[in-house]
Design a protein around this ligand. Sequence first.
Ligand code: IMP
Ligand code: MG
Length: 172
Amino acid sequence: MLEKPLFTEEEIKTRIKQLAEQITIDYKDKDLIAIGVLKGACVFFSDLIRHINMPLAVDFIIASSYVKKESSGNIKIHYDIRETIEGKDVLLIEDIVDTGITIDYLVKEISLKNPNSIKVCALLDKKDRRKVEAPIDYIGFDIPDLFIIGYGIDYENQYRNLPYITVYDSEG
Ligand code: IMP
Ligand code: MG
C-alpha cells in the first residue's frame, strides 16, 4: 500500500471544498437532505457535509452489489432511509459510480418516495465502465478503469481507513 496515491489527502480536501461550495449555492433556500450510500461513502460524506454551509438533514442507505472486484449487477438494500423525504431535496452521496447500476437503482427507488428533487454527488466517476445511463450532478474526479481503495473505499471491507486514494495492487 506504499504505492503513490492517485489522489492525496490534500487534493481530496481541495476538491471537496469546491463541491461543497457549489452545493451550498445550488441548494440555497431548499430543504436539503443528504443521503449517504454506505459503506463506501462514509468518509467522503462526513467530510463533504461539514463544508456545506446551510441547514441540512442527513440519512443513510446501505446497498451492495460488489463481490470481490466485480459488480454483481444485483443490488441489495440492507438498510433503508428512515426520514420522510416527501417534498424534500435529496442529494445522494456515493463513493464511486462504475457501471452505474447501483446509483440508477437507488435513484429510482428513492424517487418512489416523492422527494421534490433528487441529485447525485459522487467522489469518483469511472465513465468508461458505464452499463446503464446514470446522470451524476456533482463529480469529484473522473478516473480510468482501475480498481481503487482508500478514503472509505474498500477491497473486501479493508483499506477504508487510508486517508488517500490509491490503486489496489493485488501483489501488495
Ligand atoms: P456500480 O453499480 O457498478 O456503479 O458500482 C458502484 C459501487 O461499486 C460503488 O459504490 C463502490 O462501492 C463499488 N466500486 C466500484 N468501483 C470500485 C473500485 O474501484 N473499488 C472499490 N469499490 C468499487
Ligand atoms: Mg458504494
